[in-house]
Design a protein around this ligand. Sequence first.
Ligand code: SF4
Length: 285
Amino acid sequence: MTARAAPARRRRAVVDPARRWSNYLRRYRPGLVEFVLERLATQYGRPAWDPRLDPISELVLTILTQNTADVNAERAFVALRERYRSPETTPIVGHRRGGSTPDDPERPPEGWGGEGLPPGRPPDWAAVEDAPIDELIAVIRPGGLAYQKGPRIQAALRTIREGRGAYDLSFLTDMGAVDARDWLTTIPGIGRKTASIVLLFCFGMPLMPIDTHVERVSKRVGLLPPRAPLELAHDLYLAVFADDDMYEGHVNLITHGRRICHARNPRHEICPLVERCRFVNPKAP
Ligand code: SF4
């Protein structure tokens, strides 16, 4: 007796969610992406990528910013530098950007909500990793949630040292953006947002870190579906902005969220995006 063949099934084409979302935007909201980029650039300028901190410092600083204001993370990071000093042979790294006018000699880094770290040597990462946990928690207390962040920082340093033999993430430059993000998110306590910040700001990789400002503005205007979970939103953005627009788009969306599109009382009356914002008009083109 021959086996009966399984009934033929119609298979739905497999389309990745990012491609599907970008097709939706193109079809139902044509020109929206270009409109947002252009209007924000007119308002805030065109930020150009420039590497800022070394990647390990950026990673640790980003862990310190989790659920707290950037100024608090700065204080905690400066305390780390002071308590766990590196040898004087370690190069000093900058964080602020040199200003172009005499009354603005140094500006905070783009996309950063604090004042910017003063120039300094990165902490001695081996000493941070080996520090008694109670001591490390006390040092980073100004950054808030020190009981979570202390172990998280030590776990990240340990994972990198054990996996790569040094506190060094430069190998990530040889990987594609999503592979590099996947590598970083295997570290306990490192999610897509933190990984994307390190990869965008230190390596210029085309990833969109979705913080509270990017998420709010994007969902209000309609660059993201209103109920997209954060994990998915990181992937949807991979097909929304072109690679070359990712840094500018990220920095300007954050700036817009801080200056105009506030969580409470957004200033629609002066917003350059108002004509196409679905928060103001659910039928906006
Ligand atoms: S119109 Fe209002 S809600 Fe829409 S982006 Fe501008 S400030 Fe935000």
